[in-house]
Design a protein around this ligand. Sequence first.
Ligand code: AR6
Length: 169
Amino acid sequence: MTGILLVQGDITHQSVDAIVNAANSSLLGGGGVDGAIHRRGGPEILAECRALRAARYGRGLPTGQAVATTAGRLDARWVIHTVGPVFSEDEDRSELLASCYRESLGVADALGARTLAFPAISTGVYRWPMADAARIALETVRSAETAVEEIRFVLFDTPAYEVFARQIG
Ligand code: AR6
């Protein structure tokens, strides 16, 4: 039985086995939660991301997939990088957003992670409306088969936390 927990705050301050990063396909960092993870986690994370790109993802990590690196100086064992879809009014990309959560859980299981922290993937720079993103995130992790014991959604601000709290019921 997997516990689902909502926390308001900065994901880089969480103590968990694995922290999920809302990355982009370059894996080379960016703004938002990605920038915060690399800043606080230090250069070891970027070094592993570069090595992964060179070895496996020359064209970038595809949207909806996930891959792990060290967590550097973060209080975690791994960072799991996943690439959310950019929100579109014209095209339903929900399955790609759900895939980010499913694939991240799959990577966490393969690593043996028991506790995992997710940000609200795609809800910042990638503009996904928070309520819809929360619904997809919660439905996907609730229906996933995983050995992860605790999934923590770390919401950066009060409005985001409240949206998730309403969705979780
Ligand atoms: N802890 C928890 N949540 C955070 C933090 C933090 N430290 N910082 C921001 N958020 P975003 P995306 C929230 O933009 O939409 C990057 O440049 C934020 O308020 O980080 O998936 C990447 O390199 C929002 O609710 O990710 C990509 O290019 C959520 O995290 C692109 O942005 C996600 O916002 C990915 O865009």
